[in-house]
Design a protein around this ligand. Structure first.
Ligand SMILES: [Ca+2]
Length: 164
């Protein structure tokens, strides 16, 4: 814990030093946080997705609400975000709908594969996971595949659908 506090203090000092020069707001608290740091220090209430392992690389997007298509405008993810995530974080706030369901297909099409990520959890590398089985029994790898997400209740997630 002391290391975390120290690093946050260093970030705060760096921010003070540069703020008058840039004057621009940053969406992230610092460049290249780890997934653990996103969960503890990034804005609460969001699901976050990143293109590389352990939340490295430029963040794809974040969303407080649902997004039926990560490849279309609206909902927090757009354009190249679809089928691009390799790591994800659920930094949602406590709520009956604080579980994030992540889908292989757009429009929350759970029957084609999904997984549920509990509030406060993250996955550093989605290459290690597959979606739930499609009707024909096959499973798609989760890395570079997520196309929509929805905040759901715990009861919406099957026993074998949890990750993180
Ligand atoms: Ca979208």
């Amino acid at each position: 814990m002391s290391k975390i506090r120290f690093s946050l203090a260093a970030v705060a000092l760096a921010g003070l030093a540069t703020a008058p020069m840039t004057g621009t707001a940053s969406a992230d608290p610092w460049p290249d946080p780890t997934c653990s740091e996103v969960q503890t220090s990034a804005g609460d209430g969001y699901v976050y997705a990143f293109p590389s392992q352990n939340c490295q690389g430029q963040r794809l997007g974040r969303a407080q609400g649902d997004d039926p298509d990560w490849g279309q405008p609206g909902g927090g993810f757009t354009d190249m975000d679809t089928a691009s995530a390799r790591s994800v974080v659920n930094n949602g706030q406590e709520d009956p709908y604080d579980i994030v369901a992540l889908y292989d297909y757009t429009a929350y099409s759970w029957e084609w594969g999904y997984r549920c990520l509990d509030r406060g959890d993250w996955v550093t590398d989605l290459t290690a996971h597959t979606f739930t089985a499609k009707p024909n029994g096959t499973r798609t790898k989760m890395a570079y595949a997520i196309s929509s997400h929805k905040w759901v209740q715990r009861s919406a997630c099957a026993a074998g659908s949890w990750i993180g």
